[in-house]
Design a protein around this ligand. Structure first.
Ligand SMILES: NC(=O)c1ccc[n+]([C@@H]2O[C@H](COP(=O)([O-])OP(=O)(O)OC[C@H]3O[C@@H](n4cnc5c(N)ncnc54)[C@H](OP(=O)(O)O)[C@@H]3O)[C@@H](O)[C@H]2O)c1
Length: 304
């Protein structure tokens, strides 16, 4: 394993694994049955952290739209009390827009939107709309879905939770890293830039009156980690967090509804610094440049 990666894992393992979750006493602080009468929308809810969030919210009384693209995984959610599985391929801008329209037409207003879906890939590929795949799923889709829900007035007094990652420590706010060329593709840096940009989106939506949080779930034993980060999985497998532990801060944010803190990364029920290294503190661009690209790409995809 390259030494940079080893340093990263070594530095954050005590905090980001189940060790940190237990050391902070979180297993002894139950969230309670907080969500009766609420409607939630959780993306990427057929597996991993998203599934744990959906099930955790439903168990606490919410009615949850659980969005995924995999028919078998969606079928496994059929009949689970409080869960309504919905099939949309969130790699596609059109599906994100249709999802927003479907939900807006079906419910008065969402109480919680969890933009959870996301991936890290090491090989360059393109989405059905022709964008770099991880840009499409980690950022563009979140933007398309959320902006459309806001336009349709479907977020009401709801809260938005954007699932980021400690991986954002590796990049400043950057436009050039959002969509890299195939020749110079670094999936890790793309992922870092997407997750960093989520902070800017949370601040934008909060300023527009739709309170939004950006969170880190810790390092969680999921299919996504097994596939994208086999070294992390191999070395830290036994102490990775469970899905429920990874879902904990999302459920806590939805239950407590703290005032959003601009630029903060919420982790283990607290607003924390989004910077672990000096280099990420100086943005390469203004947030408006990111928003302009996202809006232009949504428009481009909508035109076909
Ligand atoms: N696990 C961690 O340690 C960790 C750490 C930091 C941040 N995160 C973040 O947490 C989020 C969830 O991660 P995870 O580890 O739980 O991922 P995961 O195990 O890969 O689960 C993601 C879920 O999203 C679904 N999905 C993927 N692409 C989709 C699409 N185009 N349309 C609809 N559904 C789709 C997947 O199902 P199919 O692919 O089968 O369709 C799967 O059910 C991500 O944003 C990730 O970046 C995770």
């Amino acid at each position: 394993m390259p030494s940079k990666l080893l340093n990263f894992y070594g530095r954050f393992a005590p905090s980001f694994t189940a060790v940190g979750f237990v050391a902070r006493g979180l297993p002894l602080r139950p969230i309670g049955r907080a969500f009766e009468g609420q409607t939630w929308l959780v993306t990427g809810a057929t597996g991993g952290i998203g599934r744990s969030i959906a099930l955790g919210a439903a168990r606490r009384g919410a009615s949850v739209y659980a969005v995924g693209r995999n028919p078998e995984a969606l079928a496994a959610l059929e009949g689970v009390a409080g869960v309504k599985p919905l099939k949309f391929d969130l790699d596609r801008v059109a599906d994100n827009l249709s999802l927003a329209e479907h939900v807006a037409a079906s419910v008065g207003g969402l109480d919680v939107l969890v933009n959870n879906v996301g991936r890290l890939e090491h090989a360059y590929s393109t989405s059905p709309d022709g964008f770099e795949s991880t840009y499409a799923i980690n950022l563009l889709g979140h933007f398309a879905l959320t902006e459309r829900l806001i336009e349709l007035g479907a977020l009401g007094s709801g809260r938005i939770i954007n699932m980021a990652s400690g991986g954002l420590y590796n990049s400043a706010l950057s436009l050039r890293r959002l969509e890299q060329s195939p020749a110079r593709y670094s999936g890790v840096m793309a992922y870092a830039a997407h997750k960093r940009a989520q902070l800017a989106l949370s601040d934008r939506w909060s300023a527009q009156g739709a309170p939004a949080y950006t969170m880190h779930p810790g390092w969680v034993a999921t299919e996504g980690v097994r596939t994208a980060l086999p070294d992390l999985n191999r070395h830290l497998g036994p102490i990775l967090r469970t899905g429920a532990q990874g879902a904990d801060t999302a459920l806590w944010l939805a239950a407590r509804r703290p005032a959003p803190v601009p630029g903060a990364l919420w982790f283990d029920r607290a607003a924390r610094s989004a910077h672990a290294y000096e280099h990420s503190r100086t943005p390469e661009v203004e947030p408006e440049a990111i928003f302009a690209k996202l809006a232009a790409d949504v428009a481009k995809a909508a035109k076909g």
